[in-house]
Design a protein around this ligand. Sequence first.
Ligand code: HEC
Length: 171
Amino acid sequence: MKLRTALRQFFLATIGMIGTMMTFAISAAAHTSGADVFAANCVVCHQSDGQGVQGDYPALAGTVGDDVHSRAGRAYLVQVVSFGMSGAISSQGADYNGVMQPWPQLSDAEIAAVLNYILTDFNAKLLPAGFKRYTAAEVRHLRGTPLSFDQVRAKRETIVKPLAASAMKAH
Ligand code: HEC
């Protein structure tokens, strides 16, 4: 009898512990902080306010919010963070010719979180009405088709040039 009671208590305690651990793991995954991912990996170049360093590291603030108005632009942001990019680009009238490294060490959830952070904190005014936050599933899907640095830059050309042209027409 005594042994059975002890065993039952041990069993219940173990179940309880596993439950706590699982809850913790699930909430950690659900609460991946984009601000933390950004602070740990991106601020050295793009700066904590996302303003970048003119001529060296392009600004992510007040710029990439324009990209999420199209499907291709939405995809591009996942692609540039996942696969990297190099070569000449222009942003806010300044020229850049650096290397954005790929980030295979970041999880799908972390890439979704860091992009959502950049977009909602640094690009709020540029977002389309009804902007949908990135999900890990969307990131996973796009990461399934790897691109080279040049291919990513070519994607950027197709997205940013038409934007610049339409901005010019509007003025
Ligand atoms: C070592 C410096 C460095 C780090 C760290 C870095 N980037 Fe970059 N990033 C760059 C450079 C340089 C470019 C422009 C590449 C070029 O000139 O082709 C760029 C481009 C980008 C772009 C495209 C901007 C545009 O106008 O199209 C995005 C988005 C971006 N980075 C996001 C991130 C995120 C998110 C992180 C952190 C996970 C990060 N970067 C970390 C240097 C860096």
